[in-house]
Design a protein around this ligand. Structure first.
Ligand code: PLP
Length: 425
């Protein structure tokens, strides 16, 4: 493996016991690529999608080159090899999220599909006219629109927990909504638009006391901090491979086995059955009941290797690294006049995502100027339009950190802001 884990070996390594972001960049071929302006690439858009380490790219190439056949059906060695690698990836995901068994891991295309699976399967079987369910105003559209559709279709009511001025979920509003007896609470681990780390343990406890199941949208939390569904006690959890150094086209739904057993299939066809006659079909066991058709075989294997990479770094160390970068960046940006920062001030509840607005400059213009400085950020509503509506802004600029970032990148962010302000002054 190529990962450098020597403490103190780079600018971004001033965190005791953690790894060096600077050194880790050599693991990611994208950083060898010159930017259009010839400047070093400062990649601050992991929240949209993360670059891939060489290990993951090589694992994908090797799987296609030497271990590829369809899975679960071939009575020959190559297919058994592919199946073993695919199922090993499922076991890796299970360990990573703290699942009781790999059978609780359903492969989907992304977090969006995993959430839709629950909305279509569990939702349409369990939610009735007059029922309520609860989500929040700080969700990504992937954790809003499937529930809007579900509630509209079955005649249920969808409520939203409101956000405080500093970007936290309002605890009083949460309690008030829980008192109405929702059947499901769907909440993000981390807000992609504000960076807020939600108090999931507390939310799960309160929701269960109120008789609700809890779905965690872990698309922004699983890549950046430890995930333990057993300790958390949640009921469903969704994540996306491409945001955690894995390939696109692979996501995961974890659910408690008894829930999966009871749920009807989401999609039907090959692989998800054990018997088909002209009169009907019998479903396969879980998780295969939810994996109709040929799965994303190599994508799953690639995700397994991405998880191995993250696990080698240690998820506590990943969180510590990003917390340090967040603190540096927040302190630097707060000193620059004309910068409005969104989200909580407290680093304990703020992930490595900084959303900001520059007075008088549209975020799209900001991102364009940043690009000319070699700094890649996201500008827009981040698929979280209700968050923008809450703060009465059309868009923000968002910088998001990951393992390969360091304090040089924080300085590049601050200096790109100054360059932008100079240009528009
Ligand atoms: N949930 C959150 C919090 C996200 O940030 C995203 C993507 O940005 C998603 C869900 C959807 O992820 P995907 O587009 O990979 O399905």
């Amino acid at each position: 493996m190529t990962t450098q884990m020597t403490p103190g070996s780079g600018v971004g390594s001033r965190i005791p016991g953690a790894f060096s972001g600077t050194a880790l960049r050599t693991d990611f071929p994208v950083f060898d690529r010159p930017t259009g302006t010839g400047k070093r690439l400062v990649y601050l858009d992991a929240a949209a999608s993360a670059p891939k380490p060489r290990r993951v790219i090589e694992t994908i190439a090797d799987a296609y080159g030497h271990h590829y056949a369809n899975v679960h059906r071939g009575i020959y060695e190559l297919s058994e090899d592919a199946t073993a690698r695919f199922e090993a990836a499922r076991a890796t995901v299970a360990r990573f999220v703290g699942a009781a068994s790999p059978r609780e891991i359903v492969f989907a295309r992304n977090a969006t599909e995993a959430i839709n699976l629950v909305a279509y399967s569990w939702g349409r079987a369990n939610l009735r006219a007059g029922d309520r369910m609860l989500t929040t105003q700080l969700e990504h559209h992937a954790n809003i629109v499937p529930w809007q559709q579900l509630c509209r279709e079955v005649g249920a009511t969808l409520d939203y927990v409101s956000i405080t001025d500093d970007g936290r979920l309002d605890p009083d509003d949460l309690r008030a909504h829980l008192a109405n007896g929702p059947k499901l609470v769907a909440v993000a681990g981390v807000s992609n638009a504000l960076g807020t780390i939600n108090p999931l343990t507390e939310i799960v406890r309160l929701a269960h006391e109120a008789g609700a199941l809890v779905l965690v949208d872990a698309a922004q939390s699983a890549p950046h901090m430890p995930t333990d569904v057993a300790a958390l006690g949640c009921d469903f959890l969704a994540l996306s491979g491409h945001k955690m150094l894995g390939p696109s086209g692979i996501g995961v739904l974890w659910a408690r086995r008894e829930l999966l057993e009871a749920m009807p299939p989401f999609m039907t066809g090959g692989s998800m059955i054990i018997k088909v006659t002209l009169d009907g079909a019998e479903w396969n066991e879980v998780p295969y009941k939810f994996e109709a058709g040929t799965p994303a075989i190599v994508e799953a294997i690639g995700l397994g290797e991405a998880i191995n990479y993250l696990t080698d770094l240690g998820m506590d160390a990943v969180r510590e690294h990003e917390r340090y970068l967040f603190e540096q960046a927040w302190a630097a940006l707060r000193e620059i006049p004309g910068v409005r920062l969104l989200g909580p001030d407290d680093p304990a509840i703020h992930a490595g995502v900084i959303s900001f607005v520059l007075d008088g400059i549209h975020p799209h213009d900001v991102a364009t100027v940043f690009d000319s400085e070699g700094v890649a950020v996201r500008a827009g509503h981040h698929c979280a339009q209700p968050v923008m509506q809450r703060y009465d802004i059309p868009a923000t600029t968002r910088a998001s950190f990951y393992v390969y970032n360091d304090t040089d990148d924080v300085e590049a962010l601050a200096s790109a802001i100054r360059a932008c302000q100079n240009l528009f002054s």
